[in-house]
Design a protein around this ligand. Sequence first.
Ligand SMILES: [Mg+2]
Length: 314
Amino acid sequence: MKISEVGGERAVIELIKELAGPKSGIGDDCAVIEPHKRKTVVTADLLVEGVHFRADWATYYEIGAKAAAVNLSDIAAMGGDPSHTFISAALPDTEFDDLRELVRGMCETFTRYGSVIAGGDTTASKSGLVINITQTGYCDKPVLRSGAEVGDYVMVTGPLGASRAGLELLARFGRKKAEEISPRCVKAHITPTPKIAEGLFLAKSGVVTAMMDISDGLASDAKRICEESGVGMEIYPEKLPISDCLREAAGYLGLSEEKIALAGGEDYELLFTTPKPEEVAEVAVVIGRVVEGSEPLTVTGGEKTKPTGTWTHF
Ligand SMILES: [Mg+2]
């Protein structure tokens, strides 16, 4: 049944209330947030069908789960603990069961990481689905992008490129075949994991000088830390953590693992700088150094080059 057939916006709000659980603040004109002794960090994200996700590759549950994960990842990037979620959506008159799955994917993911669904808004959409999520988190000391210093080490919390390889496999072969080739790359793309525990650990360590999550790809995201901190970086491609699944996919794609790891986005690992890598070695590996300059350069056999092949949304 279509949304319009089961009661329109009212039915949608009832659905969100039901799936958000008893702790949700939905039902009043405003959500009420109690004061907290820690700082509050806030992020907002807009997801547009056809631009940020494709309903033909992923189930509605997966689309919802990913939308949640992407926002939680921004909280992780500051070293925050997720607290409240606001979900707004412009909805085409789609199947109510699809919407239920979408909301279930979101609510389950937010709830898993301890966030309370506190409010939002819904309206009809004449074209595709548009979702806006506003997410808050608590932080003792938020880690910004602007604190990197010359001499710091550049580190990353986990393997890079699997998500991009998953996307390429999906685009070229469709879901079924892509999953036969590399189920883990497909999973990395379709349902990424926000690195909340790692972010909390890194912020608490007190030795991290700048941090962000890798959404657009290592090369372009490293550039953002360089810009905000007024530094350069040397990245050592041979030190990039490459997951086994990227190795198995790279052959099928005819692309180098190194290029995918450098330029591929949506890994949602954390990229950070620190003068004391040994204190955070249990959650991350060194991939470079902060140097004087204004942008990241890759260093291979003493030769420095600008990383190329950066992808953007397509
Ligand atoms: Mg981010």
